[in-house]
Design a protein around this ligand. Structure first.
Ligand code: F6P
Length: 522
């Protein structure tokens, strides 16, 4: 595998950037090419994408596709789908897409799974059936009024984002709570609203060792027992790969998953149980089916018409050639308000790496900072900087064509705003006075869903997963480990006991000073 910056395509892109980038002008590009919208937009399963307001032309796109080929992108993608252990530092396959593979009973078609993972698939479908049966049972259990998901990172962000996004598909009136922070205020605030015999706690943790989750789970169990609750089996369930640890914790109702599902890719597994409880078994299967349609697109569409590939290559173009340091995500949908937080983990935990697959330092930039808020709120906060700041930040708009529920006049105003922002970023506005001058030519991508449904949300999320795979594969790094979170965890353990003892010996001056200040009675 050739490192991306040593390929001929990289050199050609550098030359193209040096020759054209300073003068590339989106307004001119549209004026000279009436076909630009058609050429740079495409339909993918459940998602329409307009890439035409990006700083690319036919030549750039073709060189980016050369880069993908020269970096062996197709081989890397096929290796993932074939179940190879592409997560090398943990010696694991990456098979979360399998969780979306429909069982023959649901399609009437034979499964397209590689032979070496057929057994996993059968086991996976048994677990899915059991989990969905449990979800339906709880949904129809009138005694359970509150469901509390205790988990963090991938065991929180995905289900929380999706439950909010599909609020309109919620079929019954149970309250769903998400507790992630180790700050006891969060759990205490939720517990204050609950009665033990009406509550079901879902302890969601791939490893069942994460301090935040274990601490919250322990406190929830303690509260439950202190309130006179005795039926742990009826009021606690664990969603984990570590069934033994769940059992040791005292939970006997467990839905498992596998080490080939990364935490930030686990929404499709038992970690999706809160979503299944919210939207029902069929809704959850529709969600998986939407993602599966995007998997098939990624797996089989030619690179030039492959939306995750086009988006991932655009990310590389902006990060490594334009030098843009961040990307802003702007969902014009209140239901998608947690999408930015979810995508932050997906992008930055996957590709925020500085070494290649062999541990060698990479001499170029990798993951951008991903950030955002729902539109139109962001417009009234930080869009000023997007329009007139000194940094160029590519924006990814997400719009939903038909609102599930709206009040008269609202949806058109919302859509007018998203169109206007993309237009304003590109067009700019001349003003000699300076303060009212908008330079324009600021890039954006526009993703459009016909409706926000379980299927379209599934497809949108799978699209994002695969685009992150694409940029990670070009950069030649491991998108599926997360060693960068470990050091802080270890240090926190050591500091916890020092907070009790007050022992600051051997600490750096700042940490020692802060520890002593936190310890001091005044
Ligand atoms: O610390 C990071 C991380 O491992 C994430 O990758 C993961 O989603 C999160 O912690 C939670 O982990 P777990 O599901 O094992 O509790």
């Amino acid at each position: 595998m050739i490192r991306c910056d040593r390929t001929p395509a990289w050199a050609a892109l550098r030359a193209l950037y040096a020759a054209n980038a300073k003068t590339f002008d989106l307004r001119e590009a549209f004026a000279t090419n009436p076909q630009r919208f058609a050429e740079f937009s495409q339909d993918a399963p459940h998602v329409f994408a307009d890439l035409s307001k990006n700083l690319i032309d036919v030549q750039t796109q073709s060189l980016l596709l050369d880069l993908a080929r020269q970096c062996g992108l197709e081989d890397r993608r096929d290796a993932m789908f074939a179940g190879e252990a592409i997560n090398r530092t943990e010696n694991r396959a990456v098979l979360h897409f399998l969780l979306r593979n429909p069982a023959p009973a649901h399609t009437g078609r034979a499964q397209a799974a590689p032979e070496n993972i057929a057994n996993e698939l059968a086991e996976m479908h048994r677990t899915l059936d059991a989990m969905l049966a449990y979800a339906e049972q709880v949904r129809h259990d009138a005694a359970i009024t509150d469901i509390v998901n205790i988990g963090i990172g991938g065991s929180d962000l995905g289900p929380q984002m999706a439950v909010l996004a599909l609020e309109e598909f919620r079929q019954l009136g149970k309250r769903l709570h998400f507790v992630s922070n180790i700050d006891g205020q969060e759990l205490a605030g939720v517990l204050a609203q609950l009665k033990p015999h009406n509550t079901l706690f879902l302890i969601a943790s791939k490893t069942f060792t994460t301090t935040e989750t274990m601490t919250n789970a322990g406190s929830a169990k303690h509260w439950f027992e202190a309130q006179g609750g005795t039926d742990i089996a009826g009021h606690f369930a664990a969603l984990t790969t570590n069934v033994a640890a769940a059992k040791a914790f005292g939970v006997s109702t467990t839905f498992g998953f596998w080490d080939w599902v990364g935490g930030r890719y686990s929404l499709w597994s038992a970690i999706g149980l809160p979503l299944a409880m919210a939207i029902g078994a069929q809704g959850f299967r529709d969600f998986l089916a939407g993602a599966h349609a995007m998997d098939e697109h990624f797996r089989s569409a030619p690179l030039a018409q492959n939306l995750p590939v086009r988006l991932g290559l655009l990310d590389v173009w902006y990060r490594n050639f334009h030098g843009f340091t961040s990307r802003s995500i702007a969902p014009y949908s209140s239901a998608l308000r947690r999408l930015p937080a979810y995508l932050q983990q997906l992008e930055m935990e996957s590709n925020g790496k500085r070494v290649d697959l062999n541990g060698q330092a990479l001499p170029f930039a990798t993951a951008p900072v991903l950030w955002g808020e729902p539109g139109t709120n962001g417009q009234h906060a930080y869009f000023q900087m997007l329009h007139q700041g000194t940094e160029v930040v590519p924006v990814e708009f997400v719009a939903v064509k038909r609102a599930a529920r709206s009040l008269p006049g609202h949806h058109n105003k919302l859509l007018a705003n998203v169109l206007a922002q993309a237009q304003a970023l590109m067009q700019g506005k001349s003003d000699v006075g300076g303060h009212k001058h908008f330079s324009g030519n600021r890039p954006s991508t526009f993703l459009m869903l016909e409706e926000l449904t379980p299927a379209s949300l599934g497809a949108l999320i799978a699209l994002q997963e695969h685009r992150v795979f694409v940029s990670g594969a070009i950069w030649g790094l491991n998108s599926f480990d997360q060693w960068g979170v470990e050091l802080g965890k270890v240090l926190a353990k050591a500091l916890e006991s020092r907070l009790d003892s007050g022992d600051a010996a051997g600490l750096d001056g700042s940490t020692a000073g802060l520890l002593q200040r936190l310890q001091s009675p005044e």
